[in-house]
Write a protein that binds this ligand. Structure first.
Ligand code: NAI
Ligand code: MG
Length: 346
């Protein structure tokens, strides 16, 4: 049986705010592509609090544990009420240690053209994986703030190995190790040392270099084309991935994958956009690009390629664009135009 014959089971979390609208656009596109995906629809976030009082119901987690694959719309983190971030909880529960953020120019003519780079960020440790607390000083309970970060050699090895394997599989040419080992000798030094060791296994297959994070941030705006795949630790990856999303026009075009040994969750980088939810103005492209990453992940690169090509033609030849990128199309008009293009090619 070929993969095309057996549907792949995946968990679908439409999400909050604009989530359901952009998820509908994805479902319409996958239908037009005849993509062999069987969805197990679940809730999380505010939708789940409303339904069962828990932003991350056990049944949702159990579904992802079973399918090991999910597409997730944005989730609103309720302010107050002591709710933890569902996104972080999912990452930790499923040990999704790699965050992959590809950035490609989708609409030419922006500040930078022909951008095509991928940031791989360690998702669980570093300065977001340690403790963060206050101690009293001179009667001020917040007189001292102390953060600790944790990187392990095995964690550094795992993320470096992931980045190099990804680079080889995706046919990339170079991996840049980004660090601050000159001042953070332990936490960042361990990452650099370990990643360099891993790099030795790829000699002759991939070019490798390294950059101090601050210099990297500057070079990314001066000459982003010198980079190809970047691998770095949690905090630096968080910051640089937003910078890199900015190079290709921001949130509307930024997809992300969270990947571990036991599962993978694909999502748009943007949030639930409550200010425009329900108005039909949401841009579904970031979630569609996340869907393309998911199709690649499950062994359907040809469907991913067709989806990306369809998005390209719809935006740039047909000029069907949502208001956030200067157009006047609604979410459903964009979805319909894309589906028409995808059907025409099949
Ligand atoms: P946001 O990304 O939702 O919105 C920021 C601005 O960008 C808004 O003006 C919004 O209208 C616009 N925008 C975002 N996505 C858009 C799209 N697809 N099409 C058109 N315009 C779009 O960030 P914000 O307002 O800080 O957060 C809103 C909620 O989303 C919060 O509850 C936050 O916790 C949550 N959030 C969830 C994320 C996730 O589930 N991965 C990521 C980031 C935020
Ligand atoms: Mg961030």
């Amino acid at each position: 049986m070929t993969p095309a014959d057996s549907p792949i089971e995946a968990t679908l979390i439409p999400g909050d705010g604009i989530g359901p609208e952009i998820t509908d656009a994805v479902l319409e596109a996958l239908d037009a592509l005849d993509a062999p995906i069987a969805w197990d629809r679940q809730v999380a976030g505010v939708a789940a609090i409303e339904r069962c009082g828990d932003p991350l119901p056990e049944i949702t987690l159990a579904s992802i544990r079973r399918t090991r694959l999910a597409l997730k719309g944005p989730l609103t983190t309720p302010i107050g009420g002591g709710y933890r971030s569902v996104n972080v909880a999912l990452r930790n529960a499923l040990e999704l240690y790699a965050n992959v953020r590809p950035a490609r120019t989708v609409v030419p003519g922006g500040r930078f053209d022909d951008i095509d780079l991928v940031l791989v960020r360690e998702n669980l440790g570093g300065l977001y994986g340690g403790s963060d607390q206050f101690f009293a000083l001179d009667g001020d309970p917040h007189g001292i703030a102390v953060s600790t970060g944790i990187n392990t050699r095995s964690g550094c090895r795992r993320i470096a190995r992931f980045a190099f394997e990804y680079a080889v599989r995706a046919g990339r040419r170079k991996v840049t190790l980004v660090h601050k080992a000159n001042t953070m000798k332990a936490i960042s030094g361990l990452f650099l040392e370990t990643a360099r060791e891993v790099a030795e296994d790829y000699a002759g297959r991939l070019e490798v270099d390294d950059r101090i994070v601050d210099a990297c941030a500057m070079q990314l705006v001066l000459d982003p084309w010198r980079f190809d795949v970047i691998v770095t630790t949690n905090l630096f990856g968080d910051i640089l991935s937003e910078e890199i999303a900015g190079l290709v026009g921001g949130l509307g075009f930024a997809p992300a994958a969270n990947i571990g040994e036991r599962g993978a969750i694909f999502e748009a980088v943007h949030g639930s956009a409550p200010d425009i939810a329900g108005t039909g103005r949401a841009n579904p492209v970031a979630l569609l690009l996340a869907t393309a990453l998911m199709l690649e992940h499950v062994g359907h690169p040809e469907l991913a390629g067709r989806l990306r090509a369809g998005i390209d033609v719809t935006l740039n030849a047909d000029k069907v664009r949502t208001p956030d990128i200067g157009g006047s199309a609604s979410t459903s008009e964009f979805a319909r135009a894309l589906a028409r293009r995808l059907r025409a090619r099949s």
